[in-house]
Ligand binder design. Structure first.
Ligand code: ADP
Length: 298
């Protein structure tokens, strides 16, 4: 396992990325430009086998964006779709923790790496799988991040997929911008929580999508209401209806609302979200099913 991790690390961190970084700033057609042109062609070929590419964004951290990306991917893969998750949250990757297991990426050829196989229908790629040590701080500037994300697309053997979910860090920085520029047919799902402070930033995510001409599938309002386990009364912990109001005022579809469910934290923290997705037959999966239905029809 360690050998695989080390060679993948050499591949991504010490190899071509470093070379690209050194070439940034040179204006004429350099070997770096030629390499990038070739990479763009490879990216186009790789993306051709992936039917839907969905960028999961949020204005703020902590609203459950990674959890939503992972849960959507798990439910679809459990229902027979071929799904990949690409974690481009380079500074705070959470996908490997949420999915659990020890699957690693494997170098499968001079210019390709296999994504980690999480289950029969689900594969994943995250920088954390390459770096190994979960406490390593990734201190990268824009060009290096752009290079890494492009390599995650061009050098990974994703194979044919029905869905590729891309988990971006909060905000509208280099990572979502690189995805928008590299994957022209990416579609965005914007995750928020109901309170105004989160919604204010989500409006920026929507404006960002419009500026880069990315199709917006809609808004998911996460942590929307909590059913008291004792009396079943619904308590709006973070307010209510903010997502719906915002979707109306910004004229973007409302995909649905997901309740606060303490099991999300327990199963997510222990890498057992797949177990929860497979067994829940209540409000949680019902909410996700409605969202998936709308995504499927979009
Ligand atoms: P983000 O990617 O937006 O930073 P995370 O997906 O890491 O957010 O989620 C932040 C925390 O919120 C995690 O502890 C996660 O388990 C929890 N969480 C996410 N969605 C829900 C939910 N519907 N109910 C309860 N807790 C949730």
């Amino acid at each position: 396992m360690d050998v695989i991790r080390k060679s993948a690390k050499r591949f991504f961190v010490e190899g071509r990325i470093t070379l690209n970084e050194q070439l940034v700033g040179i204006q004429e057609k350099t070997p770096g430009d030629i390499e990038r042109d070739q990479q763009d062609q490879i990216i186009e070929q790789k993306l051709a086998g992936i039917k839907r590419k969905i960028l999961v964004m949020s204005g703020k951290g902590g609203v459950g964006k990674s959890t939503v990306a992972a849960y959507l991917a798990l439910l679809l893969s459990q229902n027979g779709s071929r799904v990949g998750i690409l974690d481009v949250d380079l500074h705070g990757p959470s996908i490997p923790r949420l999915l659990g297991g020890n699957a690693t990426m494997e170098v499968s050829g001079q210019n390709s790496v296999s994504p980690a196989k999480v289950s029969e229908n689900l594969t994943a790629v995250s920088l954390e799988m390459v770096l190994g040590d979960k406490d390593t701080a990734v201190i990268w500037r824009g060009p290096l991040k752009i290079s890494a994300i492009k390599q995650f697309i061009s050098d990974i053997e994703w194979g044919d997929l029905d869905y590729l979910f891309i988990d971006a860090p909060p905000g509208t920085g280099d990572e979502p911008l690189t995805v928008a520029q590299t994957i022209p047919d990416a579609e965005a799902v914007v995750v928020t929580t109901p309170q105004e402070i989160a919604l204010a930033d989500v409006r920026k995510s929507i404006t960002f999508c419009r500026q880069v001409k990315m199709k917006i599938l809609g808004v998911v309002e996460n942590m929307s209401g909590f059913s008291c386990p004792h009396c079943n009364e619904k308590i709006d912990l973070f307010g209510s209806g903010g997502g719906a109001r915002m979707s109306e005022s910004m004229q973007v579809p409302m995909l649905g609302s997901i309740p606060v469910d303490p099991r999300m934290v327990v199963f997510g923290d222990t890498g057992r979200l797949a177990e929860l997705a497979a067994k829940d037959d209540g409000d949680l999966n019902e909410a996700y099913r409605k969202i998936l239905e709308k995504i499927g029809k979009a």
